[in-house]
Design a protein around this ligand. Sequence first.
Ligand SMILES: [Zn+2]
Length: 360
Amino acid sequence: MLIVRGAIKDYDWGIVDGLERWSNRTTGGPQAELWFGVHPGGPSPVVDSDGVPTGELLADRFDVEAIPLLVKLLAAARPLSVQLHPTRQRARDGWEAQRQEGSPPVFSDPFEKTEMLVALDPFEAFVGWRDIREAAAVLRGIDGTEEAVAALEAGRLGEAIRLLLDLASDERVAALPAAASAAGLPPEQVEAYAIVAENYPGDQGGLLTPLLAYLKLEPGQAVYVPAGLPHSYIRGTGLEVMTSSDNVIRLGLTSKAVFVDHAIEALIPGLQPQFMPTTHGDLIWPIDSPFVVRVHRTGTERIQQGSYRIVLLIEGEATVASEFGEIVLSPGTAAVIASDDPDNYVTSNGLVAIIQSTER
Ligand SMILES: [Zn+2]
């Protein structure tokens, strides 16, 4: 068992010092994500029992076979890009093709990215597809969208996406909140479109947001986002669990590169998110998921030998004990437990996330 801290990412959409309670650092700038894992994009530093870095990285000791999950704490001040992630096959093929042809860097690694977000504060997101009639009603409130709406209603999603990307302009993106209101969407959704319009004026992906379903998670609730499902997290603080991949194919609301053809190819029609209306203490186990998550306040939980496990303390205190001894976690530190390590017992008084990989 090793103790790690998160590797900090300062993406521009992060909350200023938003992860301070876990990073133990004030930077005066955005703190968007803390990464707990071995992904080369942000390998976690190993720390001693006092939380002091040992100079070693988790990736020096384990590879992605041993640690197939990446866990993040995320603090979003404004919407993240409209994005989706590739399946295992698509990531593998895309990565290979990209290496051989020297084509643009669409893929960051050869792995599937399937993810789940557990809200730590109220968390708003666009995830999956909005009902087509509702999406069409919003889009009709925006000038010039007739052809795109017709394509959407005829089930030609790729065509609708391309048309909406071409139509995006300052004026049309600014019209989103009024169009949402006119279509009868509730005030919190109108507000979400106001946030999009304010933060991404004229963004080419702005008009795609009416295609996406709105979701508000209360603390402890979760949404599972399989590969192939479009989403854009709007704002909030959460715990994110995913396969160890950084494969993000973007369509908009970003200053990074967008890959429209790749995104449309990677879309899986008919796919829906799994909403987990759980409260703290429940096991969160999405269907066909490569991981399970438990978020606990108090008590003792046994975590069995036989799969990769990571225990991340979010608030309060926790100990992780096995026949070999006991460690005490502080908020923002995590115990990393390899598959062949023995059973461990997690005792918490606060809020602790216990994440295990599953066989697939
Ligand atoms: Zn994502």
